[in-house]
Design a protein around this ligand. Structure first.
Ligand SMILES: Nc1ncnc2c1ncn2[C@@H]1O[C@H](COP(=O)(O)OP(=O)(O)OP(=O)(O)O)[C@@H](O)[C@H]1O
Length: 271
């Protein structure tokens, strides 16, 4: 059992933004949430994290409806890294990461200070921030802040990790390192991503949203076809497999015309 959404529907400002989406990740897998701007990825993550309640349908954690659980109980299992999270407080990186330990504290402080400090040190190490641990938040670059948020989520030692465009500010090496780390962790991760190649490389399964609806889902190799990319994004693409067997998408600039011939579905060519 894990975090699951069953036919969730959510309206925001009168508009339908999540439309009957069902998500049932196998424990330990990495799921990519794909789709154009405004297709509902962040909204779905908010429903999964319990920060918003669906108008209909349910989100459950180990079979219990999320809305029936205490926030602390959810936070012990589910860590979230949302977009645009920032602070004006002058706080050091290590203290940001320590925030991840709060759900594990009892009424009289932490059950184990050593365990807390080990989790924080590990999270800093995994995100390459050990040397920056004592640096002040406002002196960090955008990418370093992003990594600090991820370190905070890792320090939480969650079973479920919800990440909203975690590679946004990261240089290519850190994009690869971060997703490689997340996909290797023994946690279930749901990651909103724009980069189809990163999704193809690191996700066990992807779900493609379009106007709030899940229009495709499954292993990247089955889902990420030129036809799907044309239909959902309105972009011409070639999908192939590199000599090392990695699915790769190449995009063609220019608007897609109705007369465009798309690569037929089937096994992607080897490049
Ligand atoms: N508070 C709100 N009131 C009204 N509509 C909203 C509100 N928040 C989001 N929306 C709308 O909900 C839809 C889904 O937004 P959401 O942020 O979930 O999309 P997204 O797929 O994460 O987009 P992006 O890739 O641009 O981050 C959008 O059309 C957006 O305009």
């Amino acid at each position: 059992m894990t975090l699951q959404a069953d036919r969730v529907v959510w309206h925001r400002g009168g508009a339908l933004v999540v439309d009957e989406v069902t998500l049932s990740p196998a424990p330990g897998t990495t799921i990519g949430l794909l789709g154009p701007n405004g297709s509902g990825k962040s909204s779905l993550l908010r429903l999964l994290s319990g920060t918003a309640r669906p108008d209909s349908g349910v989100v459950t954690l180990d079979g219990a409806e999320l809305s029936s659980l205490a926030r602390r109980d959810i936070a012990r299992a589910v860590a979230v890294v949302s977009q645009h999270a920032d602070t004006d407080v002058d706080i050091r990186v290590r203290d940001v990461v320590r925030l991840g330990r709060i759900p594990h504290r009892g009424a009289f402080g932490s059950a184990s200070a050593t365990r807390d400090e080990t989790a924080v040190a590990e999270a800093l190490r995994h995100t390459g921030l050990t040397a920056k641990a004592d640096q002040h938040w406002h002196t960090l670059s955008g990418g370093e802040r992003q990594r600090a948020h991820i370190a905070r989520a890792l320090a939480q030692e969650p079973r479920e990790l919800l990440l909203d465009e975690p590679t946004n500010h990261l240089d290519i090496r850190h994009q690869l390192e971060l997703l490689s780390l997340v996909s290797r962790l023994p946690v279930t991760s749901v990651i909103a991503l724009h980069d189809l190649n990163l999704a193809a490389t690191f996700c066990d399964e992807v779900i493609v949203l379009e106007r709030g609806r899940a229009v495709a889902g499954g292993p990247p190799r089955e889902v990420l076809t030129a036809e799907l990319i044309a239909r959902v994004y309105g972009v011409r693409a070639q999908v192939g497999v590199t000599g090392r067997g990695r699915l790769t998408v190449l995009f063609e600039p220019g608007r897609l015309e109705e007369s465009d011939e798309l690569t037929p579905d089937g096994a992607p060519p080897v490049w």
